[in-house]
Design a protein around this ligand. Structure first.
Ligand SMILES: Nc1ncnc2c1ncn2[C@@H]1O[C@H](COP(=O)(O)OP(=O)(O)OP(=O)(O)O)[C@@H](O)[C@H]1O
Ligand SMILES: O=c1ccn([C@@H]2O[C@H](COP(=O)(O)O)[C@@H](O)[C@H]2O)c(=O)[nH]1
Ligand SMILES: [Mg+2]
Length: 255
């Protein structure tokens, strides 16, 4: 860092500077670092502003991940599952890994700043311009933290509405070795869903951003409903709006 600064600015004093030079050097360094930080923040702000963001909500096992896969194939979104990002943190033995594992086993919600930072890292590092944020926000606190850190709201919110019985059946037959796919944890997740997730759903309904989709039926039937909703967003049908959009899918050709 010191070496880089000295190379970059002729005004930065050498390491063995006289005592009188030090405050001057520090103040220049502070200005330099503050400018760099401001530039990075502005760049991030302008990127965030131009993204198309869709939140995908629904109870445990309602089919969020399954439908996200179909949306990705058809509309070229990048899929960010908050749960998957947290599981990746656990698998990588990161600083918060052990604490996250305990929270997931209990079906509780990981502190907002941890999850939002993981999402932020993905949004900033990807070149995609449209994202599905699956399984987030899970509480009003999550939602507010996202607005504060990312500086914006989603363009649309999908809510997969599924009867509890069906959700329990799907989770118990998922067979992916998840630590929270057992009846005890599912009961806790359903309580958290009722008490903390649903207020977020209601918030977006009041704001006119919510699209409620019945999650009963086959995967294809449910995806048809999603396509009906997306057909109202013309910007999503235009390939040129996202350079990273893959091949136009057959589903879109049919329309
Ligand atoms: N329409 C459907 N009919 C029957 N099974 C389905 C349907 N959609 C998804 N499933 C199955 O139900 C299970 C849960 O689906 P999925 O993982 O997509 O749910 P989820 O909402 O992402 O759950 P979680 O919040 O726990 O991550 C999976 O095994 C999936 O294959
Ligand atoms: O924003 C989030 C998302 C997830 N969690 C925790 O992870 C599990 C599993 O999430 P899935 O979306 O079902 O994969 C969830 O029960 C929470 O414990 C979270 O805290 N915050
Ligand atoms: Mg999922």
């Amino acid at each position: 860092m010191w070496r880089q600064l000295r190379l970059l600015s002729p005004f930065v004093a050498p390491l063995k500077s006289s005592f009188r030079q030090v405050p001057y050097t520090w103040s220049l360094m502070e200005t330099f670092s503050a400018d760099t930080a401001n530039m990075a923040e502005e760049k991030s702000f302008s990127r965030m502003k131009n993204l198309f963001l869709a939140f995908v909500l629904g109870g445990p096992g309602s089919g969020k991940g399954t439908q996200c896969e179909r949306i990705v194939e058809t509309y070229g979104f990048t899929h960010l599952s908050a749960g998957d990002l947290l599981r990746r943190e656990i698998a990588s033995n990161s600083e918060h890994g052990a604490a996250i594992l305990d929270i997931i086993k209990e079906g509780k919600i990981v502190p907002s700043n941890v999850t939002v930072k993981l999402i932020q890292r993905e949004l900033e590092s990807s070149e995609s311009s449209r994202f599905l944020i699956d399984g987030f926000p899970r509480s009003d606190e999550n939602r507010i933290a996202f607005e504060q850190i990312i500086g914006r709201e989603p363009d649309l919110v999908l809510f997969f509405d599924c009867p509890e019985e069906e959700m329990v059946k799907r989770v118990l037959s998922r067979n992916q070795g998840r630590v929270d796919d057992n009846i005890e944890t599912i009961k806790k997740r359903l309580t958290v869903f009722q008490e903390l997730n649903l207020p977020v759903v209601n918030y977006y309904a009041e704001k006119g951003k919510l699209h409620k989709v019945s999650a009963v039926g086959t995967v294809d039937e449910i995806f048809e409903r999603v396509q009906q909703i997306f057909s109202n967003y013309k910007c999503l049908l235009d390939q040129s709006s996202d350079e990273n959009f893959p091949v136009m899918s057959t589903a879109l050709h049919k329309q």
